[in-house]
Every structure is written in structure tokens, then in C-alpha cells.
Design a protein around this ligand. Structure first.
Ligand SMILES: Nc1ncnc2c1ncn2[C@@H]1O[C@H](COP(=O)(O)OP(=O)(O)OP(=O)(O)O)[C@@H](O)[C@H]1O
Ligand SMILES: [Mg+2]
Length: 592
């Protein structure tokens, strides 16, 4: 196996014994498919000799004996043919089943490999690829590869075996006739391969249109709130209908080629059969072979029909699978540039230092952070405040090692962040992202997601800290209440607090809260921050916020503007500086 499909050899090697068994079953079923042709030849000859014997016998008992011999012979041939057909069916079933099982198992293993690889890829990969594209690789592309693994291997084996077994028999019967018979086979295969090259291109276009359609539908469903609120239904229906129409047109173009493909192959093979009978008849007239031989030959030719057709079909399957496997390989070759050098698992106290850290997001030229320098002592609460787009969330991303700094260094307890084992580092972290995400599961499981082994008591305590416990208790199913997709059945503030409880339940050494109280009223936000100050003693807390009210709970405040750290200090010292922090404070006081 060559090219992209080479990747599958490691899996096929794993199932080599099953593949050998499948090949043996294919061999047996092919051998049994030849038997009826041989029997037909003998039956034909028996009929011929019996007719002659019947004609030359004058006495009635001799004629009856000839007739009975013929009847017995034909009956025996009939029974043998039936037996061969049954056995052939049995082996064919076994062969297909074994190879399809191998195909499905490899498909399963490949899907798992891709999914596991997706999990290792950095956030920068996910911002570069659309969900539709990633879904297509793990479902549609794997399916195309599966078609190669199952049907293509099964029919490919069958084709090779049938050809190898039949051609020698045909050559023995009549060499010239065999050459005539091979001609339409070569012709139809070449024609089909030529057509299939167009098929490839059109199939790729159809695939592309389908994935665009899927992405469009997926986006319109997940954005249904905005869609309905802006009353854009009619516009979307129109766009959908246009996208659907393009897909339909491309599919029809593909089906024309498909139809042509089948028609060309079938008609050339059909014409070939006529040619074989015609030329075979002439061979009989010339006395070069017997009518029984021609009957046998025509049966062999017919047996070659499907395998010949299969060659072209397998060609299409292999081409499609190669294209898909190339896309899969491109994904599997993606490496995560974020890895741990030393795999350290030192106990973390939680002091964080940013030493002249600069950062630019991959594929962007915006300097999200420029020479940011600060230190957070362990057990302290630090607030990061600033205008929007100032780089606050970027600091959270760097601490979670979702990205690595472009310049400068980040240390935790004096150790470079790159030296910690990544899973270990993340286990020490409790991170609530700015866009909170809940799963369509129970509230309990959503909180326990932060620590699967958490007890009911720990979950309840985390909910209490996040000031959401009371509201959960009022629900009829309480902790067992099921949430809609992405937490759709909750209010914005409830979602934020459940996501915060999920971080609390881990009792992390470093708690990173990215503007996660923005939808919570000031009093509740104050309660939560009080709770954090009490319950999270010993943990470093990074509180990213737009609100001066929240920031004043922190021991230390960092003020960011356009990627630069412009001020830092306590609430009082910053107010005294009468700069950006003071301006924000006044604006927020005024807004109240
Ligand atoms: N994935 C990304 N790729 C490229 N640029 C990005 C990406 N994420 C953020 N940025 C850019 O980096 C800068 C800092 O973004 P960041 O999200 O850190 O701001 P922020 O202070 O958290 O803002 P906000 O208060 O609105 O949440 C912005 O200019 C933003 O456009
Ligand atoms: Mg942000």
C-alpha cells in the first residue's frame, strides 16, 4: 500500500491473522464459483453423447436406459451445483464478514486515534479550524477510509483470486478466445478509470458543498437567539436554499458521472459477452473446440464481469480514501508546540511572576501583551483591570499554558512555567473562562466536572461559595436538574456561578477568574469575593474584571491598557495616583 494509506498498515498488521483467514475464505469461495462452470461443461457433453446414443439405439430398452442414464447424470450434476452454490455462499459470507469486521475495527481505532490527537492540540489549532472541518475529518473522512478498508479490500481480494484462478482455465480451453475476452475487460477498466478521475474531482466539490451546508446549519441553530431576535429567518432561509441548491446541482453532476461509469462498464462487458459467444461459435464451426467448452467459457467470462467492474469501483474507493487519509494525516502530523521540558511536579504554593512578558497570538500581528512585568505572592488575591482588548484574558491564557509567551518568562514559585508537567500544572489551577461553558448534563455533574471524585458535600460547599446553592435548592430536581445545551436553561449569572463553583470544587492552588462575575449583581459578586477571600486562603487568586467594585477586594491591582501594564498597587494607592484606575472608578461611580 502506497502513499497516504500507508498510515493504516500498522492497524492492518494488527489484524493480519484475520486477513489471512479472510483471504482463505475468499479463495475457497472463488474456487467453488468455478465448479458450476465445469459441471455445466460435463452436463453439456453428457446431453450431447446421450442424444447421439439415443438416436443410434433402435431397441426401446436401450433408449430407456440411455434416457435414465442422462436423467440420473443431470440430477447428480444439479445436486452438485446446488451444493457448490451453498458452500460458495457460506465461504463468501465468511470472507466478507471477516474483512468487514477488520475494516470496522480499524475504522474504530482510527477514530479513537484522531480524537485522542485532537485532545493534544493547542488552542491555536482550534482557532484556525472550523468545527465543521474538524467534525468532517473524524466522521466523513474516516468513513471514506473505512470504505477502502472493508469493501475495497474484500472485493479487491476477490478480484485478484478470481482472475488468477479463471484465466488459466480459460487459456486451457482456448487461448485465442481468452485474448478476445480480455480485450473488453481491459477496455472497460481503462474507460472506468478515466471516468473515475472526473468523479474524484466532482465528489470533492460535493463534499465541500456539504460541509459548508453543515457549518451553516450548525451556526444558525447555535445562534438561533440572535437569528430570531434580529428577525433574520427569511434571509437565512434564502441563504440555506441557495446553499442547498448548489449542493443539489453538484450532486446531480456527480450522479451523471456515476451513471456513466456504471453504464460504460456494464455495456462494454455485455458487448464482450456477445463477442465471446460469436467468436466462440466460429471456433466451434471451425472445429477448434467443442460446444461444451464454449458454454464453460461463457460462464467463466460472466464470472469475470463483477470482478472487472470491481477494479474500477475499487479504484474510486482507493482514490477517495487516499484523499481522506491525506486530510487525516495532515491533522495527525500537527504537533503541539506547548510541551513540558522537565515534567516537574513540585508542590505549588502559588506565587506567580511575569518577567517582561510579551505575546502576539499566532496568525495575528496584534501585540496582545508588551513587556508585562509583575509579581503575585502566594496566597494573595490580585485583580487585573483594564479597558476591553487590553490583554487581561491573554494573561489568563498564558498562566494556564494555553499559549506560550512570545518573549520574556513566566515563573510559578520561581520555576519557569514550561518546566512543570502540563497536566500537573493544570490540576493545580481552577480556571473560569470569560465565555463560560456548561454541558448538557445535570448541575451536579457540571460542578463535579472540575473534580470527578468530589463528594456531594464538597459539591454543595463549592455551590455555596459561588452563591448559587440556594437557587439550586429551589429547583424541583435540585442538583439533579438537567441543563440545556451549553447551559441554555439558565440565566447568564447562574451559568457564571455554576462555572465558578466548578473551579472552586478543585480547591486549586491558583484560581483564575476571567470576568466571570460580569453578569452577577454587585451584592452577590461581593458575597462571592468575600467567600473567596475566606475559603481560598493559601491559594493565589487572579481576578480579571472590568469592575472597580470587584477589584477593591484584591490585595493588589494591576491596571492594563492596550497590552501594557500601566499602573499597579492597592485600591487606595491607585485612587491616589489619579490616573486610569481613578478614571475608571469615577466613571463607574457616575454610572451608578
Ligand atoms: N485568538 C486570538 N487570535 C488573535 N488575536 C486575539 C485572540 N484573542 C485575543 N486577541 C487579541 O488580543 C488582544 C487582547 O485580547 P484579550 O482577550 O486578552 O483582551 P481582554 O483584556 O481580555 O478584553 P475584554 O475585556 O474585552 O475581555 C485583543 O486585541 C484581541 O483582539
Ligand atoms: Mg477578556
Amino acid at each position: 500500500m502506497v502513499g497516504a494509506l500507508h498510515h493504516l498498515n500498522k492497524y492492518l498488521g494488527r489484524y493480519r491473522y484475520l486477513l489471512v483467514l479472510g483471504t482463505v475464505a475468499t479463495l475457497l469461495s472463488s474456487a467453488l464459483s468455478i465448479i458450476p462452470a465445469r459441471l455445466i461443461k460435463h452436463a453439456f457433453e453428457l446431453v450431447q453423447t446421450s442424444v447421439v446414443a439415443y438416436q443410434v439405439s433402435v431397441e426401446a430398452h436401450l433408449r430407456r436406459a440411455t434416457y435414465e442414464k442422462l436423467a440420473e447424470g443431470l440430477f447428480a450434476y444439479g445436486v452438485l451445483m446446488l451444493l457448490a452454490a451453498i458452500l460458495r455462499g457460506l465461504f463468501l459470507f465468511l470472507a466478507r464478514r471477516i474483512i468487514m469486521v477488520v475494516g470496522k475495527r480499524v475504522e474504530y481505532a482510527l477514530k479513537n486515534e484522531i480524537y485522542a490527537h485532537y485532545q493534544t492540540l493547542p488552542l491555536s489549532f482550534y482557532t484556525r479550524h472550523s468545527v465543521g472541518d474538524m467534525m468532517a475529518r473524524i466522521s466523513e473522512d474516516v468513513h471514506q477510509v473505512g470504505m477502502y478498508l472493508g469493501p475495497a479490500i474484500a472485493y479487491g481480494l476477490n478480484t485478484v483470486v478470481v482472475f488468477l484462478m479463471l484465466i488459466p482455465y480459460m487459456l486451457v480451453i482456448n487461448t485465442r478466445l481468452t485474448l478476445y475476452a480480455v480485450l473488453p475487460i481491459v477496455l472497460s477498466t481503462t474507460g472506468a478509470c478515466y471516468i473515475s478521475s472526473f468523479m474524484q474531482e466532482r465528489a470533492a466539490t460535493v463534499q465541500d458543498k456539504l460541509s459548508r451546508l453543515t457549518t451553516f446549519v450548525q451556526e444558525s441553530f447555535s445562534g438561533i437567539v440572535v437569528l430570531q431576535a434580529f428577525s433574520r429567518e427569511t434571509g437565512f432561509i434564502k441563504v440555506f436554499s441557495e446553499a442547498c441548491n448548489t449542493y443539489k446541482t453538484q450532486s446531480l453532476r456527480l450522479s451523471v458521472i456515476n451513471a456513466l461509469f456504471f453504464a460504460v462498464v456494464k455495456s462494454i462487458i455485455g458487448l464482450g459477452a456477445v463477442l465471446v459467444v460469436f467468436l466462440g461459435g466460429q471456433e466451434v464451426i471451425k472445429g477448434r473446440c467443442k460446444p461444451g467448452d464454449i458454454a464453460e467459457f461463457v460462464m467463466y467470462f460472466n464470472l469475470l464481469g463483477w470482478p472487472t467492474f470491481a477494479i474500477s469501483w475499487i479504484n474510486v474507493l482507493v482514490q477517495k480514501a487516499t484523499a481522506s487519509q491525506k486530510r487525516i494525516n495532515a491533522l495527525l502530523q500537527e504537533k503541539n508546540p506547548i510541551f513540558s521540558k522537565e515534567m516537574l511536579q513540585n508542590p505549588i504554593k502559588g506565587s506567580i511572576a511575569f518577567n517582561n512578558v510579551s505575546f502576539t497570538y499566532p496568525n495575528s500581528d496584534v501585540k496582545a501583551l508588551q513587556s508585562v512585568h509583575f509579581e503575585v505572592a502566594a496566597g494573595k488575591m490580585v485583580a487585573i483591570i483594564g479597558t476591553t482588548g487590553a490583554g487581561k484574558s491573554t494573561i489568563a491564557h498564558l498562566i494556564c499554558r494555553l499559549y506560550d509567551a512570545t518573549a520574556g518568562s513566566i515563573t510559578i514559585d520561581g520555576v519557569p512555567i514550561q518546566d512543570y508537567s502540563i497536566p500537573y500544572l493544570r490540576q493545580q489551577l481552577g480556571y473560569v473562562p470569560q465565555d463560560v461553558l456548561l454541558f448538557s448534563d445535570t448541575i451536579r455533574n457540571n460542578i463535579a466536572w472540575g473534580k470527578p471524585e468530589a463528594t456531594n458535600l464538597q459539591i454543595a460547599q463549592a455551590a455555596q461559595l459561588a452563591a448559587i446553592y440556594g437557587e439550586i435548592q429551589q429547583l424541583s430536581k435540585q442538583m439533579e436538574t438537567m441543563l440545556g445545551e451549553r447551559g441554555a436553561t439558565l440565566s447568564g449569572g447562574q451559568k457564571q456561578r455554576i462555572a465558578t463553583a466548578r473551579a472552586f470544587v478543585r480547591t486549586p492552588k491558583i484560581l483564575v477568574l476571567d470576568d466571570c462575575l460580569s453578569a452577577v449583581d454587585t451584592k452577590t459578586a461581593g458575597d462571592i469575593l468575600h467567600n473567596i477571600a475566606k475559603a481560598m486562603q493559601g491559594s493565589a487568586v487572579l481576578l480579571i474584571t472590568h469592575s472597580v467594585f470587584s477589584a477593591q477586594f484584591a490585595d493588589h491591582i494591576l491596571v492594563l491598557e492596550a497590552g501594557k501594564l500601566v499602573e499597579q498597587g492597592t485600591h487606595e494607592s491607585l485612587l491616589a495616583q489619579k490616573s486610569l484606575y481613578n478614571t475608571l472608578y469615577k466613571q463607574q461611580q457616575y454610572a451608578k
